[in-house]
Design a binder for this molecule. Sequence first.
Ligand code: ADP
Length: 179
Amino acid sequence: MRSIEVLGVTIECLQGDIAQQPDVDAVVNAANARLRTGGGVAGAIHRAAGTELEEECRPLSPIRPGEAVITGAGRLPNRHVIHALGPIYGQDAPSQALLAECYRNSLRRAEEHGLGSIAFPSISTGAFGYPIEEAAMVAMETVVDEAARLSSVRRIRFVLFDDEALELHLQAMDRALGA
Ligand code: ADP
């Protein structure tokens, strides 16, 4: 794990599974519009959370690209799941602005609930096809930019699934700080 601090907010990057982050208040789901289980992150989260999470999601769906909604966490070891719908690359436009909205709106939901910590996967970079190097830059710039506006959230974690994703996020972290 590597971390930096921006205006009192710790930003961490580590390799791992978003469904196994017991030390954060909320995990973010790279959701689909209907808030159902699926492949990738949504599959891992819903499998670990159990069917009660899908039931809780049903009345909140569908959601739009860039939107984020918050629920309980079922059997996950967290207090909440924040479901964010990333843009499908090349289809939902403007993709960069919509991806940034996912991170901003997720942080907003966390703040509304007074949460202290949140973990993000790399939204849109799996089935939705967003090039991960560009997505990592959007993610880091957005959270660094939002740090000044946060009051309850003191820790933001990026959970990356493989070596390459971790490395690209570490580089983006340095670049977002102007290092
Ligand atoms: P999207 O539909 O938004 O593209 P995906 O779930 O398909 O979302 O993939 C998003 C990213 O999350 C990809 O980079 C993928 O490799 C990664 N990923 C897949 N499963 C997990 C997991 N269990 N924990 C963390 N990251 C994951």
